[in-house]
Design a protein around this ligand. Structure first.
Ligand SMILES: Nc1ncnc2c1ncn2[C@@H]1O[C@H](COP(=O)(O)OP(=O)(O)OP(=O)(O)O)[C@@H](O)[C@H]1O
Ligand SMILES: [Mg+2]
Length: 364
C-alpha cells in the first residue's frame, strides 16, 4: 500500500505551480489503497486543497501523473472521473428540493426514474434525512445541509469520495456526530476516501492513515497512533498533539543520543533525525509521559528538577505548567485520582520520564 504503483489512487512525482515559479506541491508521491480512509492534514496554505483539486480534475498537475485504478487520469474531465465530492463551498442547488439535488448526479449518469427514486431515498435514509426529500436547502439547518451534501456525494455509489473540510461550519457536537457518520458510511460501503482537514483530532480519530503536509510536501505518512507516538521530525511532533520541547546539542550517539540541554543538563533520548555529535536538536516529550512521582518509574528513568508555575484543575485531569531546563512552558498532565499529588505554584519538584519517551529531533 505504500508503493507508488499498486494503489487505487496514486500521485506519482506530482508537482504543481500556479504562477510558473513557486511550487505549492513539491514532488508528491502517495499511494492510497482501495477502501482506505486517508486524511491530508496540514496548516493553511500547505497544498491540501490543491492536491484534492488535481485529483478531482479542476486543476492540472504541472509535472507527474495521477492514477486512478492503475490508469492515468490527467486527461479525463472531472465529471467523467466518477468521483463523489463534498467541498466546504460546494453548495446544494438552492432552487431544487433535497430529492432533486440528490437525483441530479443520477440523471447526469442516465439512471432511469424508478431506480433513481429508490437510490435517492436510500441515500437520504443513510444520513438519517429520509423525511426531508421535499424541502429546499434554505429550509434546512447548516448541519442538515451538510448531511445532504454528503448524501449527494454518495448517491451514485462512487468508488472514490473527496472531502475538503466538510465539517468546518458545524458546531462541536454535530461535527463529532458527523465524523462518526462519515467513517461508518465510508467503511460500510467500502468507499475510498481522501479527506482534508486542518483539525488534528478529526484526522486522528477518522483516518486509516494521515498524510501530514507542510510547505507542499508530505512530512509524514502514517497511522494515527504512529504519528502521535513516533513523529519523524519536529514539525510533525509540534503539529500533532501537545508536545514539550527542550533545545540542546547532541554530545554522543550510540543507540541512544546523549543530549546536553542549553542549561547544561545532560539527558538521554531516542535519536530520530539527528546523526552526529555537535548537531543542534529539539528534544520532544509528550505531557502525559512525564511522571511527577518518579518513584513510579522503572530504574533508568531520567530525573530532572522542575518548578511549578501553574496548576489547573480540568475535571478528569490536572494540567500543570512547569519551568524545566529554562523552558517556562513545560506542560504535564496527570489523572485526577485520589492518590495523585496536587502541586502548588512555587513548589520545587523532581519529574521524570523514560528515555524511550523522549525523542531527539531536528532543531527548527
Ligand atoms: N487558484 C490559485 N491561484 C494561485 N495560487 C493559489 C491558488 N490556489 C491556491 N493557491 C496557493 O497555493 C498554496 C496552497 O494552497 P491550498 O489551497 O492548496 O492550501 P490548503 O492546504 O488547502 O490551505 P487551507 O488549509 O487554508 O485551505 C497557497 O500558497 C495558495 O495561496
Ligand atoms: Mg484548503
Amino acid at each position: 500500500m505504500t508503493g507508488t504503483s499498486d494503489g487505487f489512487v496514486v500521485f506519482d512525482r506530482v508537482q504543481k505551480s500556479y504562477d510558473g515559479e513557486t511550487l505549492v506541491v513539491k514532488d508528491l508521491n502517495l499511494s492510497i489503497g482501495k477502501g482506505e480512509f486517508l486524511t491530508m492534514l496540514g496548516p493553511s496554505g500547505s497544498g491540501k486543497t490543491t492536491c484534492l483539486m488535481m485529483l478531482a480534475g479542476f486543476e492540472t498537475a504541472t509535472h507527474g501523473d495521477i492514477l486512478l485504478d492503475g490508469k492515468p487520469i490527467n486527461n479525463i474531465p472531472p465529471h467523467k472521473r466518477g468521483i463523489g465530492m463534498v467541498f466546504q463551498n460546494y453548495a446544494l442547488f438552492p432552487h431544487m428540493t433535497v430529492a432533486e439535488n440528490l437525483a441530479f448526479p443520477l440523471e447526469v449518469r442516465k439512471i432511469g426514474r424508478s431506480d433513481r427514486e429508490a437510490k435517492v431515498q436510500r441515500a437520504l435514509e443513510m444520513v438519517q434525512m429520509g423525511a426531508f426529500g421535499g424541502r429546499r436547502p434554505a429550509q434546512l439547518s447548516g448541519g442538515q445541509q451538510q448531511r445532504i451534501a454528503l448524501a449527494r456525494a454518495l448517491v451514485f455509489e462512487p468508488e472514490l469520495v473527496l472531502m475538503d473540510e466538510p465539517l468546518g461550519a458545524l458546531d462541536k457536537q454535530l461535527r463529532e456526530h458527523m465524523q462518526f457518520e462519515i467513517t461508518r458510511l465510508a467503511h460500510n460501503l467500502g468507499i475510498t476516501t481522501v479527506y482534508v482537514t486542518h483539525d488534528q483530532t478529526e484526522a486522528l480519530t477518522m483516518s486509516d492513515r494521515v498524510a501530514v503536509f507542510n510547505d507542499g510536501r508530505i512530512q509524514q505518512l502514517a497511522r494515527p497512533d504512529e504519528l502521535y507516538e513516533k513523529p519523524v521530525n519536529s514539525f510533525v511532533a509540534q503539529f500533532i498533539g501537545e508536545n514539550n520541547t527542550l533545545l540542546g546539542r547532541v554530545k554522543e550517539i550510540d543507540g541512544t543520543a546523549l543530549v546536553e540541554l542549553d542549561d547544561g543538563e545532560v539527558i538521554d533520548a531516542m535519536p530520530v533525525n539527528v546523526s552526529r555529535p555537535g548537531e543542534r536538536t529539539l528534544v520532544s516529550i509528550r505531557p502525559e509521559r512525564v511522571e511527577i512521582d518518579p518513584k513510579r518509574l522503572t530504574p533508568g528513568a531520567h530525573l530532572i528538577h522542575a518548578e511549578v508555575l501553574e496548576f489547573i484543575y480540568m475535571g478528569d485531569i490536572y494540567r500543570t505548567r512547569l519551568r524545566v531546563a529554562g523552558n517556562d512552558d513545560f506542560v504535564i498532565k496527570t489523572r485526577n485520582a485520589p492518590d495523585q499529588r496536587r502541586l502548588r505554584p512555587g513548589e520545587h519538584i523532581e519529574i521524570g520520564w523514560l528515555p524511550e519517551d523522549c525523542r531527539a529531533l531536528d532543531a527548527p
